[in-house]
Write a protein that binds this ligand. Structure first.
Ligand SMILES: Cc1cc2nc3c(=O)[nH]c(=O)nc-3n(C[C@H](O)[C@H](O)[C@H](O)COP(=O)(O)OP(=O)(O)OC[C@H]3O[C@@H](n4cnc5c(N)ncnc54)[C@H](O)[C@@H]3O)c2cc1C
Length: 342
């Protein structure tokens, strides 16, 4: 039976470490909890609902005046396999890195470049998590989700999720409308190292040889991440605060005229992805503070809570950066983190 808690503190449930409460909170541990919560929402006519995973990609802007559904279901199962492929279904509340560990141990290829990303399985499709040349959309087969308001269970095939760069249908049109209950990934039993990301290839070469096993890749990814990113258990943060902006090739040409060292990546569709970290650093923000909020010294894309920062302090800093990048480059930075209004 579900337990509806009142005025629950959320400081431990968001990696920014923002000290806020929620009016109502339900801990979800199984499908029955999901169905009972949906019934409760209907009976009480609740409209302000937020589905919470590991809280590593959100910024609470103040007391949440609604209901938090905290997804803590567990389980990882092989549902079918042949010589070449395996289908793995993981419950939404399973820690992402438990799934990674499972895949590394079994030699199932596809997720290794996404090692060490904090959070849970159910959030992986929401912003189509990506790192080191891999996006999770490339291995998501389908997912199960419950309509929060009708209780209807729906299967979303990969193509139904409308995946894009750090986005999916669940981050826009269906935001807070569905509870993703499990995700099925189609992985390869045949080694498929993806070392297209320059920094990863270089790190692997340091270990010698040119044939890499899944564990080599896992270890290299962890090594790079440990040197570049703050550990949220120690320094409050939500990873990259901004997306890398996509611009046209003519916009790139304008920027190149004045800044020949701009860092960019040409996309398959001809658009250009600018390195937001470079733009921010060029505006002189790297390592700077604004009250208790600051920019991480080793990675300017990451905003950190130096201790006791309010969400407003973090947003003030973010807005200042957006303004500066716009006035210097005429490029708009988009926030990647989910801003949760009260
Ligand atoms: C140090 C650090 C490094 C990071 N590195 C990366 C990186 O390399 N690449 C990357 O893509 N991200 C990265 N992130 C961001 C974050 O870890 C990922 O986006 C992660 O998938 C978020 O998972 P979560 O469970 O914490 O989600 P939450 O923060 O709890 O939620 C994120 C969003 O998903 C929704 N959601 C969560 N669970 C469900 C569900 N079951 N059903 C429906 N909606 C749901 C929430 O409502 C919210 O909108 C990083 C974060 C940190 C702190």
């Amino acid at each position: 039976m579900i337990n509806v808690e009142k005025n629950k503190n959320l400081k431990e449930y968001n990696t920014f470490g923002i000290d806020v409460n929620t009016k109502l909170y339900i801990n979800i541990e199984n499908t029955i909890d999901i169905l009972e919560s949906i019934k409760f929402i209907k009976n009480e006519n609740i409209t302000n609902i937020f589905v919470l995973g590991g809280g590593s990609n959100i910024l609470f802007m103040g007391t949440f005046n609604g209901l938090i559904l905290h997804i803590n279901t567990r389980g990882i199962n092989i549902i079918s396999e042949n010589d070449k492929e395996v289908y793995i279904k993981a419950e939404a509340g399973e820690k992402w890195n438990n799934l990674i560990q499972f895949c590394i141990e079994h030699n199932f290829w596809g997720l290794e470049n996404l090692s060490m990303i904090p959070g849970k399985v159910g959030s992986s499709p929401v912003q189509n998590i990506g790192a080191y040349g891999t996006e999770v959309k490339d291995v998501i087969y389908e997912l199960d989700a419950y309509d929060i308001f009708s209780g209807e269970k729906k299967i979303f095939k990969n193509k139904d999720c409308d995946f894009g760069y750090r986005r999916s249908i669940f981050k826009d049109k269906l935001r807070n409308k569905f509870i993703i209950s499990s995700v099925t990934y189609k992985l390869s039993k045949i080694p498929k190292p993806n070392i297209s990301y320059k920094g990863l290839g270089e790190e692997l070469q340091k270990s010698g040889g040119d044939i890499y096993n899944i564990n080599d890749i896992f270890k290299s990814v962890c090594k790079i991440r440990n040197t570049k990113l703050p550990n949220p258990d120690i320094i409050g943060n939500a990873g990259s605060f901004f997306k890398n902006p996509l611009v046209s090739s003519s916009k790139l040409a304008d920027i190149l005229r004045e800044f020949p060292d701009v860092v960019y990546f040409i996309q398959d569709d001809g658009k250009v992805k600018l390195a937001a970290a470079w733009l921010i650093e060029k505006c002189g923000w790297k390592g700077k503070s604004w009250g208790n909020a600051a920019i991480y010294e080793k990675q300017p894309l990451v905003l950190i809570n130096k201790g006791g920062a309010s969400s407003q302090e973090i947003m003030n800093l973010a807005n200042k950066i957006i303004e500066d990048v716009y006035s210097k480059f005429d490029v708009e930075l988009e926030i990647e983190v989910n801003i949760v209004a009260s």
